[in-house]
Design a protein around this ligand. Structure first.
Ligand code: TRP
Ligand code: SF4
Length: 328
């Protein structure tokens, strides 16, 4: 049997996961588990690049992210689940790659320029922040990953990874495959205010939210902005609640809702209530599994240790090759 291709991806532990994360990344990662040899990790060193002033919550976020992952369906039996800072080899490879990475490659990285503007409240004129993609390259190539499932915003980082891998191979001999970005379909669901769902916008529905919290949040959702009164016909195609229905409600009912919205037979309050019920039900298994893992912190810690041990063994093998190639 042909060897399964290797997938690698990571998430920064910046807080609890929401539906935007689920439909934008995690659901895809879960699906890939059966077909590929998947390595998924929590990028806690990367969280430091922008949040170095405020590190107190990081270890809590790491544990909770693993619980979110496990509850949603990532499986430690199928995939290698680990934490970046547990594998010191990432740091060693990062250091070596930093020797061969031209600074202009990093300075013209679009996410670098973008984040500098967006996070202007933080001082990001640090070496570590500029070097973010070098650490990411180390994360990826240390496992000789073939494919990296990411959203469009991360494609430039995979591109820099390819360039760094190519440069290493050119200087020291062929050690690393060049990984391909595997684009994740972007999720159409938005936050309650119709902006991108984000913890910092306060417009998110979290996987760990209680049914009461979900109902309350859904009731604040902005619908078709043109529809002021219940007697006005609505347009489901511009309504975020309708996007949720498409994900969580059976298709016959979805068509009915669309019709009743257009003919003003259903009001937004009722429509949202229906959606909230379905969403609550769909997230029920995740909440149940979360309870199970929360009651057993040792099990979660063991999953992290076991996964990290598996990852480390692979990383150590690669580093043997790297040191031999670099002659150091
Ligand atoms: N930069 C990624 C993000 O913010 C997280 C990340 C770190 C990553 N290392 C990675 C993603 C390696 C894929 C592969 O989403
Ligand atoms: Fe949106 Fe439903 Fe209101 Fe139509 S009835 S605008 S689909 S919330």
């Amino acid at each position: 049997m042909a060897q399964k291709k290797r997938i690698l991806s990571g998430m920064r532990p910046t807080g609890p996961l929401h539906l935007g994360n689920l439909h934008g990344a995690l659901a895809n990662w879960i699906q890939l588990q059966d077909e590929y040899d998947c390595f998924y990790f929590i990028a806690d060193w990367h969280a430091l690049t922008s949040d170095y002033e405020n590190t107190g919550k990081t270890s809590d976020y790491v544990r909770n992210m693993m619980i979110d992952w496990l509850s949603a369906g990532l499986s430690p039996e199928k995939s290698t689940l680990f934490v970046q800072s547990h594998i010191k080899e990432h740091a060693e490879l990062f250091l070596i790659l930093s020797m061969i990475t031209p600074v202009p490659w990093l300075e013209r990285n679009p996410t670098y320029k973008d984040q500098m503007v967006q996070l202007s409240n933080k001082d990001l004129s640090t070496f570590g922040f500029l070097g973010y993609p070098v650490l990411q390259a180390a994360d990826i190539i240390i496992y000789k990953a073939n494919c990296v499932p990411v959203g469009v915003d991360q494609v430039p980082h995979v591109e820099i990874t390819r360039e760094i891998a190519r440069r290493f191979n050119y200087l020291y001999g062929n050690v690393f495959p060049e990984p391909d970005a595997m684009l994740t379909k972007t999720s159409k669901i938005l936050g309650t205010d119709r902006r991108k769902m984000s913890k910092s916008y306060n417009n998110a529905i979290f996987l760990s939210d209680s049914p009461e919290k979900i109902s309350a949040t859904v009731s604040t959702m902005v619908t078709d902005p043109q529809r002021a009164r219940k007697s006005d016909p609505g347009d489901p195609e511009v309504c975020n609640v309708f996007e949720f229905h498409k994900l969580y409600t059976e298709s016959a009912t979805v068509s009915e809702i669309a019709e009743n919205c257009r003919s003003a037979k259903i009001g937004c309050v009722e429509c949202k209530k229906m959606m909230a019920q379905r969403l609550i039900k769909a997230l029920e298994p995740i909440r149940e599994k979360r309870k199970f893992y929360e009651a057993d912190p040792k099990m979660v810690a063991d999953i992290i240790i076991t996964g990290s041990n598996k990852a480390r063994a692979v990383a150590q093998e690669t580093m043997e090759e790297v040191r031999a190639a670099v002659k150091i």
